[in-house]
Design a protein around this ligand. Structure first.
Ligand code: ATP
Length: 308
């Protein structure tokens, strides 16, 4: 038996622009994403001499409502790797996910789990795939998976991929989100607060009216701000165009965002991904803690963490 446990981190979006819809139905995006210090623990076990009556892949999580079969994106990752590298006859895969990242929240929790399984099987089967190869495989499973692979490579020492130039925690993503260019990360305290609703990414992209977006992020300026470490420039150029749908449709997100803004201590508040999680950025732990205590009484799924 061989096992590895990987920290699968959540992400926030410092910006999202939607440039258009492709003929295949996917949206062209230009966005900046950063990993944050909130993670699921993904343990993958490879059993070489197991009972042949056992299923080839067994997945379990601490959340009973999550699917544990091929509807789970982490399960799909195992299927893809097994098909590609022909391991079905040789043993059994057991995946145990301890979820801490809120689900359907705009934090890429599922994509992070998927990336962790790709990394884990690469390690357990001693495939020695480089990060670029894993990212190509991951892109077929989800647009955010390559970003999660790059972040986990930078943050999980045992993967031994830290030195790869594609490894990193903050990136500009283009295409459908799978084309990445690493940029210097922003080091701040982050308050995450998720109203008690779940949003599907497909619903939000589908509902967005691309002709009626009043304000778009200036991604070049945002990246310049990150390179200069200029907080003013960074916050001025952080915009998420998906707010145009999610905030209009769900007043509870507006309420959460307003509460963070009204508190006055955050230098920026924005919805992450397709929502409903809203985040606030703070320059000190003290400011962040004051806001955390207030927001925790409003939304149970509230966290104070750091960017990575
Ligand atoms: P993104 O920011 O990439 O849109 P998200 O945080 O909005 O992601 P997820 O938590 O990744 O959304 O999950 C979205 C849906 O995917 C959920 O409704 C859930 O049922 C399904 N799902 C499948 N596998 C997983 C998994 N391993 N973890 C969480 N959700 C999963």
């Amino acid at each position: 038996m061989k096992a590895v446990t990987i920290k699968a981190y959540a992400k926030i979006n410092l910006s999202i622009d939607v440039l258009g819809k492709r003929p295949d139905g996917y949206h062209e995006v230009l966005m900046v994403m950063e990993q944050v210090d909130l993670f699921d623990m993904v343990k993958v076990i490879w059993l070489e001499d197991s009972d042949q009556d056992e299923p080839f892949i067994r997945l379990s999580t601490n959340l009973s409502y999550l699917p544990a079969d091929s509807r789970n994106i982490a399960y799909k990752a195992a299927e893809l790797m097994a098909g590609q590298y022909g391991r079905e006859a040789a043993g059994r895969i057991v995946i145990k996910i301890d979820k801490r990242i809120p689900v359907a929240a705009g934090l890429a929790g599922g994509s992070a789990n998927c990336a962790a399984v790709l990394h884990a099987l690469n390690l357990l089967w001693e495939l020695n795939l480089d990060l670029g190869t894993l990212m190509k495989l991951g892109a077929g499973l989800g647009a955010d998976v390559p970003f999660c692979l790059a972040g986990q490579a930078a943050l999980n020492e045992e993967l031994k991929l830290k030195e790869d130039p594609r490894a990193g925690t903050c990136a500009v993503a283009s295409g459908i989100g799978e084309q990445l260019e690493q940029v210097p990360p922003l080091h701040v305290w982050v308050l995450l607060s998720k109203p008690a609703i779940s949003l599907s990414t497909a619903q939000v992209y589908g509902g967005l009216n691309l002709e009626a977006i009043p304000e778009r992020p200036n991604t070049a300026e945002l990246v310049a701000g990150l390179k200069e470490g200029n907080l003013y420039k960074i916050s001025k150029n952080m915009t998420n165009v998906l707010e145009n749908y999610s905030l209009k449709e769900y007043p509870v997100i507006v309420y959460t965002k307003n509460k963070i803004v009204q508190d006055g201590k955050a230098y920026k508040a924005l919805m992450s991904g397709s929502g409903p999680t809203v985040f606030g950025l703070y320059t000190s732990k003290r400011k962040g803690t004051a806001a955390f205590l207030k927001m925790k009484t409003l939304n149970q799924e509230t966290f104070l963490i750091k960017t990575l």
